[in-house]
Design a protein around this ligand. Sequence first.
Ligand SMILES: *[C@@H]1O[C@H](CO)[C@@H](O)[C@H](O)[C@H]1NC(C)=O
Ligand SMILES: *[C@@H]1O[C@H](CO)[C@@H](O)[C@H](O)[C@H]1NC(C)=O
Ligand SMILES: *[C@@H]1O[C@H](CO)[C@@H](O)[C@H](O)[C@H]1NC(C)=O
Ligand SMILES: [Ca+2]
Ligand SMILES: [Ca+2]
Length: 649
Amino acid sequence: MMLGSLRYGTTVGLILINAMVLATLATEEGIFTNHLLVQLHEGVHDEAHQLATEHGYHSARKLPFGEGLFHFYPLDTAPRRTKRSLHNRQRLEKDRRVKNVLDQEGFGRQKRGYRSINEIDIKMTDPLFSKQWYLINTGQADGTPGLDLNVAEAWDLGYTGTGITIAIMDDGRLKLCNHGIDYLHPDLASNYNAEASYDFSSNDPYPYPRYTDDWFNSHGTRCAGEVSAAANNNICGVGVAYNSKVAGIRMLDQPFMTDIIEASSISHMPQIIDIYSASWGPTDDGKTVDGPRELTLQAMADGVNKGRGGKGSIYVWASGDGGSYDDCNCDGYASSMWTISINSAINDGRTALYDESCSSTLASTFSNGRKRNPEAGVATTDLYGNCTLRHSGTSAAAPEAAGVFALALEANPDLTWRDMQHLSVLTSKRNQLHDDLHQWRRNGVGLEFNHLFGYGVLDAGGMVKMAKEWKTVPERFHCVAGSLQEVHKIQSGERLILTISTDSCQGKDNFVRYLEHVQAVVTVNGSRRGDLIINMTSPMGTKSILLSRRPRDDDAKVGFDKWPFMTTHTWGEDPRGTWILEVGFQGDKPQRGALKEWTLMLHGTQSAPYIDQIVRDYQSKLAMSKKEELEEELDEAVERSLKSLLSKN
Ligand SMILES: *[C@@H]1O[C@H](CO)[C@@H](O)[C@H](O)[C@H]1NC(C)=O
Ligand SMILES: *[C@@H]1O[C@H](CO)[C@@H](O)[C@H](O)[C@H]1NC(C)=O
Ligand SMILES: *[C@@H]1O[C@H](CO)[C@@H](O)[C@H](O)[C@H]1NC(C)=O
Ligand SMILES: [Ca+2]
Ligand SMILES: [Ca+2]
């Protein structure tokens, strides 16, 4: 502890005081090195090198932190202090140019973020476990150590998904997780929930995949393995929630999707199934704008209101595989407030090439798609009792999130569908994610987000810990902040700027003071829909990109008709004040169009159970990051020489 306070000290005075205490402690068990931290009086800084040599040191190096601090280092490489150097030190201390002398204790260090599987002390007999970098990333397959779902911490606390059922659903519109589950797969059989499974493609209770086209029909089995593959059975790998139950909802294997099949699937056994994982939606061709139809919308509303005994079904949705050509806010499933939309990062923290970005994505998990290394894919179960290392796409990302949410639900079964979203916002981490196109930014209450990754990568350990202490968020209210219905012309080279000033229904029963989701319902047309750009800025200054350019979308007729663009980026903010909508065209050719409606819908709470907590956390995080910087400076300055010294031992 003393060590900690020494290294955190922000002033020289503090460093010195703590160091005195340290000195007495360290003589008992520490190792003194031959390196000194020396503070010189003003006016003699230029003499540091000379002073060092005079007293038997090789040289002195000015340290970038603190006033008048120097690192005196020896010529010899003895790891410990010798008698002679102790004598030198005492002599140095008496020199009138010297204000203070501090010993440097030697200690071990490991690269931050690096953990080895052995160190985490998780022993699994499953042969693919060590290849599942998304569970524990030790740098396998050229990945970034520590960039993972942090499941080890959650498992360590005893949460493995016991008692939670996850349904894997998929459809035929190309990004599929489920053409059925191979429930006879030896790594899935023990966790398969037959009672909750169904085949809506052929209307029977056996969602077994058709073994006609191996690749096409393997997705359900692969996704199920990510969530619920059994642990310690010498087969394949381990699921994120390896003691959870998995159900298969086969809904794809027919030529066309219907509203009835979609609605039936997402409302299948909502008192038994806790979490539904979907990796489907409208075609990711970069020109489709589509969403749930009437029955499916009703089924989703029923799910969040009545599922799980009224706490709400948890719908996890893949953001989409349309890459930079698509925008997931044009996908009404992913952009729904009732789904948690999940994007993906690859094992070194970059975006996957097929990732779509949008302001409605809440958080991210992991997949692959850029790297040649065959082990950079997602390791899981495969057809014919096989295992694979090559699962990928955002369809791989959604089941991982479903698994993390299963751990959180086990930690606290009272969590509502909204609690799960709040927990995702609060505990997801930026970690080492990085997006070339969009900066990480902080919203008006200090929450850090990115346009592609949402609030960052899910952190299972952080999530179960917070879930355990969690008090359900207060009642949700809905306020129509304003609605502009005049026709406004738009054309290339100009930007239409509209504002809505709102008190957010203050004084009424439905006052919204703390935001959750915000929807901008927009009717707009254009001579080229794909060239339309829409941004919206909140009163606290947070800009959401509601629609980015879709170069393949050449619609010139339909436009957007009362389309609910959604943003999660203003989460926690106070919505009162002026909202700004900016609409324009971006592209090679001049375009024109008309905006006919902008209705601003605010959703959130009146009271603030944890907002003070956010601000406090944010402040302490800020303070912490400064401490860490200082700590790192100290580490680097003194440790670099120490390390080379100790390693020669
Ligand atoms: C999967 O198992 C089958 C049957 O044992 C085998 O023929 C096939 O080669 C395996 N596929 C892979 C990709 O390992
Ligand atoms: C857009 O709507 C306006 C107003 O209804 C109409 O005059 C215009 O022709 C439409 N433009 C396109 C490209 O459809
Ligand atoms: C929207 O925001 C983006 C990112 O800040 C910016 O590049 C673009 O010019 C904006 N477009 C409009 C129409 O406001
Ligand atoms: Ca296994
Ligand atoms: Ca899409």
